[in-house]
Structures are given as structure tokens and as C-alpha cells.
Design a protein around this ligand. Sequence first.
Ligand SMILES: *[C@@H]1O[C@H](CO)[C@@H](O)[C@H](O)[C@H]1NC(C)=O
Ligand SMILES: *[C@@H]1O[C@H](CO)[C@@H](O)[C@H](O)[C@H]1NC(C)=O
Ligand SMILES: *[C@@H]1O[C@H](CO)[C@@H](O)[C@H](O)[C@H]1NC(C)=O
Ligand SMILES: *[C@@H]1O[C@H](CO)[C@@H](O)[C@H](O)[C@H]1NC(C)=O
Length: 497
Amino acid sequence: MGLPKACACAVLWVLSALEACALGSYIAAVYEHSVVLSEDTEVPVSPEEALVLMDKNMAILEAAIKEAARQGAHIIVTPEDGIYGWVFTRETIYPYLEDIPDAEVNWIPCADPGRFAPSPVLERLSCLARNNSIYVVANMGDKKPCNSSDPRCASDGHYQYNTNVVFDSEGKLVARYHKYNLFVTEKQFNYPKDPEFVTFNTSFGYFGIFTCADILYHDPAVVLASRFQVDTILFPTAWVNTLPLLSAVQFHSAWAMGMGVNFLSANMCNSTLEMTGSGIYAPEGPRAYYYNREMENGHLLVTELSSHPRLSPDYPAAVNWKSYASRIEQLPSNNHYFSGVIYHDTFSFTELTEPEGYCSICQQDLCCHLSYKMEEKQKDDIYVLGAFDGLHVVEGEYYLQICTVLKCKSTDLDTCGQPVETAQTKFERFSLSGTFGTNYVFPEVLYSGVQLAPGEFEVLTDGRLISRTSTSKPVLSVTLFGRWYEKDPPHTQQVSP
Ligand SMILES: *[C@@H]1O[C@H](CO)[C@@H](O)[C@H](O)[C@H]1NC(C)=O
Ligand SMILES: *[C@@H]1O[C@H](CO)[C@@H](O)[C@H](O)[C@H]1NC(C)=O
Ligand SMILES: *[C@@H]1O[C@H](CO)[C@@H](O)[C@H](O)[C@H]1NC(C)=O
Ligand SMILES: *[C@@H]1O[C@H](CO)[C@@H](O)[C@H](O)[C@H]1NC(C)=O
């Protein structure tokens, strides 16, 4: 099957021209937002009143978008619930919703405002993107009429979805994504019938999008990263920090590394709800991140990222997560074990009683192995090695395999696994591995003050998470967070109200 020569040349020329225009890197922005909340979300308001609140939030987002554009950003991500806040009922969220068309309709709301049903929010976001020549990612509510011909349709005659929208730099709607894994408290929204795998292409890479709790599950998150092979994930979130293993910056940067994608995470900030922690993460490690429990105002992060991280010489090689650990024959012998609870899961723990040494612990089919040396063990710092292999069942059901080294909250062993934010002990070295049954493992290293450790650790192809240098700060936790998706129960669907 030969092409005529002239034609083959033309094809080659077009391809290389495309390649020349495509960018090797781009500038990404995420905005951590302190949302202006409605005074009372229990009482329904008029659409006009709803818009007043949403305009207050969009005015704050507008300043962030303008500043990001001024700094040369190609794209900015804003948080989940960032336009209207939280704690609504199905009825009280309704005046905030707009009927958002599919991106296929090819619509620039800013240039063609009357084309569909009234959509002041879509129009303003589209104009913000268009006027500032920047891609804008935002989270808002979608409503879709339905009737009794559809057995899933609620009696109020519509679906309500937690929705991300993306506008390109001309203001065109290029993506619409309905959140698939709602958090248990989101009674105001419907689950979409099937997961949506939403992607779009730009001159600076191939993008996928999902929202908040989606990151814990297979669909659509893992599919976008491993089957679609997107370059960058866009992630609006309203994430409540859950130490010791699930604080925002810790888990989101670990997911980016474990899945080998760029990850743009925009969180809300609210100190009462323990929400803070946004970041721009590359597969090799965090490029920029923000965590601040004291401040209640917004924060913009802007930094450069590779457009196609898989083509970069620094791209991490594939890991066989159990290779090293499964060759270790010596099983835990005379250790003292005890149980402790991390976010409702009962871990098996063993204390690191010596300032250096070797230690291991097993639970079910998972054995965790640690070799370590502390720089100078502080008397008040108790560390344990822990293992968990089982189904997590609170606020969502998902199967976990976790190996973790963590600092206990106090010298009382009963506090091991409880949230703690500070430590005093630095480590000269550590090497953690486990006999994982899954290929999906997210490596976390967290320092005192809930700080990340960019460049200070790496994952070897045999599955060891090792320190590269002695740690620059005291260690809170070092964790291999495994997700065994095949063992998850079927996806839950909310019954229509
Ligand atoms: C966009 O620019 C137009 C024309 O300059 C202006 O009327 C409009 O208010 C701007 N909108 C936004 C949201 O920036
Ligand atoms: C009910 O919904 C279906 C599907 O959306 C639509 O085709 C039909 O016209 C609707 N029927 C009525 C009575 O509105
Ligand atoms: C976008 O680009 C990716 C990778 O280059 C390609 O696989 C995908 O088919 C493209 N998608 C569209 C909608 O053009
Ligand atoms: C944080 O959220 C809580 C609960 O919704 C709210 O009462 C509080 O006012 C919020 N804080 C700020 C600074 O908005």
C-alpha cells in the first residue's frame, strides 16, 4: 500500500509543521479560592439572588484569571463548588443551575449569548476566557429535563449534576464533565448513569478532567490516565484534609506520580472545614503547591510544565510494585504488633524502637518491609510501620493495600494513626516496599508542617520507595498507598429522590 510520493511528502510536511507549532511546555495556573457562601442554603432563593452570589465569586475568580493570564498562563483551574459554595438541598441548589449543552454544539457563549437557555454563568466564564486569551476550567451545576418515560427521572422532572466546564482561549465550550463519584454528602446532585471520559486536545497537550472524590476510583480517573494516556488531568476539588494519609497535597501529588500524568489540582480554602492544599504536579514530583491552614484568602499558583510528560527524558520508568518485597524471605518474627485505626481502617502496626534498622509487618496478603536510619531520634517522636489490606467502607467503598511509616500523635501508642501535623525527627535514609497485588500504588512522602518533599525521594523499578538524600525536614509519614480496583464493589448509584 504505497502512497504516491508527492502525497507522502505533503503528509510528512504537514506532520512536522504541526509538531513545530505544538508546544514542548506550557504555563499552568491553579487558584485556591475562599468561596463567598450563601447565608442560608436551607431556604430557596430566586434565580436573581442566586446570580448575585455567583457574581461575587466570579468577580474573585476574574481577578485570579486576569493575573494568571498576565503571568503567561495557558490554562487556569478553579475549585469545585467555587461559584456557589456548599450544603444545599436538591431544591435550594436549583436556582444556581444552568442547562449546559454538550461541547459538540460548538458554542462561544460570550460571542453568541442567546443561543440556548439563559446562561449568565456560562457567558461570564466564556468571556473571562476569551477576553484574557486563556483556557478557563470551572465547576458549576448542570440541569437536564427528564420525564416519566425515564424510570430514573426524579419526580421534580430534571437531573442535577455536579459539572466541570472548560472554555478555550476564544471562549468556546470545549468540555463538560458530570462528576461520577459523588461524595456521600452531595444529596443535591444525581449520579450520571455511566461514567463520562471527557478529553480535549490543545497545542499544549492532551487533557482529561474529573472531580474531587473521583480520584479514589477507577472510572473515569484511571481510564483517562492509562487508556486515553492524557498528558494532564484537570482537577477541581473541595477536599477536606484527612491526615495521616489523605491530605490534599500529599495524595494528589502521589496520584500524579503513580499514574505518570501532570495534575492540576485547585482546592477550596476554609480553615473550619480543614480545606486547603492546591498544586501543580508533574509525574516526577510537585512543581508548585500551596498549603496554608491560617489564611482564609485565595492563592494563585503559576508554573511551567511539560506538554507531553511521557516524551520527557525525566519520565519515570514503569514500576513492578512487588518485585523487591516479594524476594524478601525473612518474615516478621519477634516484633510486637498492635492495631490502630487510620480513617476507620484497622491497620497492623509495629513500633520502630531503634534509631536504625530493619522492620516488617504483614496483614492479609500484604507484607511491608522497611529499612531506615533516623538522624537523631527525638524522645517525643514515636514512629510505627503499618500495613492494611482490606476494603474501606466509610464514606465510599474501595479496596486498599497500604504500607506506611508514620509518626504517632503522642508517645501513647494508642494515638498511632491519628492526625498529627508536626514532627522533630529527620531520617538519614529510608526504603519502603510491599508485596502488592495491584499495579496502582501512589507514593507519598510528607514532612512536618504538611510539606511535600520534591526531589528528595524516588521509586525504583523494583517497587522500593527510597530517600535520595537525608530528609531536609522532620518526617510525618512515608507511604505506599495502593488501590486494588478489581476488588471494589460495584459503583453505587443514588436512588432517585
Ligand atoms: C469582556 O470584554 C468585553 C468587551 O471589551 C466587555 O464588554 C466584557 O465586560 C468583558 N467581560 C468579561 C467577563 O471580562
Ligand atoms: C419525555 O422525554 C423524552 C426523552 O427525553 C422525550 O423524547 C419526550 O418528548 C418527553 N415527553 C414529554 C411528554 O415531555
Ligand atoms: C487528541 O490527541 C491524542 C494524542 O495525541 C489522540 O490520541 C486523540 O485521538 C486526540 N483526540 C481528539 C479528539 O482529537
Ligand atoms: C467555612 O465553612 C463553614 C461551613 O460552611 C462556614 O460556616 C464558614 O463561614 C466558612 N469560612 C469562611 C471564612 O468562609
